[in-house]
Design a protein around this ligand. Structure first.
Ligand SMILES: [Zn+2]
Ligand SMILES: [Zn+2]
Length: 254
């Protein structure tokens, strides 16, 4: 998922050409549907002599990611221009003017991270609210700081995760836009989510009242299900949330 601005991508899937514009890559975990395209993206960016790509990943997989990139470099007899930067939960990375990424733990079968995108802004500090403009100007001229800096949570990207993330990282419910997976639907697949570290639609239904997000983007639907099935189930089972739910799903022809 490419986010522009500031020009970053969360995971790279199998390597879409459109990701070559992203200068920062944030990997959530090592499964191939999320990282396989990394050498391709780095190769394309190096070909275009783009600036060094910053590749961020969970600390426990940094060695394997370096080997994956290294094998591709040997195959191509090329050197990609990148810096690999391992992250642990709580780490923060500036990604542009007023923007910061913060890593948080996900709940998957392999080491994983989700990412928050924070935006900083200045606003009038509570002590000064209601004062006439002339008085505020006079205060500032005397060197009084009348503003305070606050951070808004613009986007939370959970990556692959089971429902444990809602308990360990409840701030995802406060994000303006929440991108969260919904891999499984239906009674037959009820226990698959827990087993594979994924979310079942029932996990979202159980927390329906907690989502205070402006928009919730569901992704990562299993290929056993049709996108239309997910939409129907969302409309039927999540009536209060459905108008805010968007689906970002690759449909595979079978
Ligand atoms: Zn996974
Ligand atoms: Zn996956």
């Amino acid at each position: 998922m490419r986010v522009h601005p500031p020009g970053l991508t969360f995971d790279v899937g199998r390597g879409a050409l459109q990701l070559a514009g992203a200068q920062d890559v944030f990997l959530t975990h090592g499964h191939l549907d999320h990282v396989l395209g990394l050498p391709y993206v780095l190769s394309r960016r190096s070909l275009h002599r783009s600036a060094h790509t910053r590749v961020f990943c969970p600390q426990p997989i940094a060695g394997a990611v370096a080997e994956l990139i290294g094998a591709a470099e040997r195959l191509e007899r090329a050197q990609y221009r990148y810096d690999l930067m391992p992250l642990t939960p709580g780490d923060r990375v500036p990604v542009g003017r007023h923007l910061t990424i913060e890593a948080f733990p996900s709940d998957h079968v392999v080491p994983g991270l989700g990412y928050h995108l924070w935006r900083r802004r200045r606003r009038l500090a509570p002590d000064f609210i209601g004062l006439p403009p002339a008085e505020l100007i006079a205060l500032r001229e005397r060197g009084v700081e009348t503003a305070e800096v606050v951070e808004d949570l613009e986007l939370s990207y959970c990556g692959d995760t089971g429902p444990g993330v809602f308990a360990t990282e409840p701030r995802v419910f406060e994000s303006r836009v929440l991108v969260v997976e919904c891999t499984f639907l239906g009674e037959k697949h009820r226990d698959k989510g827990a087993h594979f570290g994924h979310l079942h639609l029932d996990d979202l239904i159980a927390r329906e009242g907690d989502f205070r997000n402006q928009a919730v983007v569901l992704q990562h639907l299993s290929h056993r299900h049709k996108v239309s099935e997910l939409r129907e189930e969302v409309d039927r089972c999540l009536p209060s949330l459905a108008p805010r739910i968007h689906l970002l799903v690759e449909e595979v022809e079978r």
